[in-house]
Write a protein that binds this ligand. Sequence first.
Ligand code: COA
Ligand code: MG
Length: 291
Amino acid sequence: MDTRPYRSVLYIPGSKERALEKARGLAADAIIFDLEDAVAAEEKANARRLLAQTLSETDYGPRGKLVRINGFDTDWAEDDLDVIAAARPEAVLLPKVNGAADIEDLARRLDKREEFANTTIWAMMETPNGILNAAAIARAPRMAGFVMGTNDLAKELGCRFRPDRLPMQVALQTCLMAARAAGIVAVDGVYNAFKDDEGLRAECEQGRDLGFDGKTLIHPAQLAVANEVFAPDDAALDLARRQIAAFEEATAKGLGVAVVDGKIVENLHIVTARQVLARAEAIAQLQKALE
Ligand code: COA
Ligand code: MG
């Protein structure tokens, strides 16, 4: 699995030159350069040209870089791939994935061009069929990550937006389960009210507690909250270190378990504790590289 942080994954409309420029200085762990929903039909051709040129010329540093193309049920997808090939994209994000066949089809297209030799595939999980087929999709060729498309999903389900996202839970958790079973990244959906920091924080915390690696974002103002919530905080780091120390001490005495803060610590907790420290280290390295 990709060990890079994906706390904050910012959508940038491929048509917006100013935003593409601005992204070089933003604290996003990863960027989704969008040619799909954020780009109007009459702008598609210009956006893919602008994006291919920008990606070829601009150093976005160590951030993850994904290009969201249009779906192959539209007239745009083949041209998107053709034009974007020159930029040798790190990852292609396919929207409205319904089943593994959609990924296999894209993988075959990527196989045909040398420029895509190292390109991974990410899937937008945002249709009822996609959710029902999540396990097979996660294991399809080149798959490296899921992005929850909660706006499209709400539209398809006919469900309402609620602060607790109860109507979304089955979909969110099914996709998370499938992603973890296949060892790929899972990033939560967007929070539409981009000026509501409190609401964003609550939704980030819910996504984090469910197990997501991070959140997709629509506006730079959302970066700080996602970066904070999805990073291990001081208390988590302190606990991880104390668990490891206590467990090593117990092991040295021939014991298989330790107790920290009145709670049992077994080998499996140590695996988690080491992951917490590794994640903090990966975040620190990325931040240093972005400075
Ligand atoms: N990525 C990078 N920069 C962005 C950005 C983004 N997603 N959204 C806004 N900015 C920049 C603007 O260019 C502006 O820069 P400047 O002040 O230096 O010129 C600055 O951030 C402030 O933008 P603001 O005026 O507050 O927002 P806006 O009214 O221009 O745009 C949105 C608001 C929601 C339309 C815009 O954020 C956007 O297009 N977001 C992405 C939507 C998207 O990709 N949707 C598809 C997935 S759901
Ligand atoms: Mg969508």
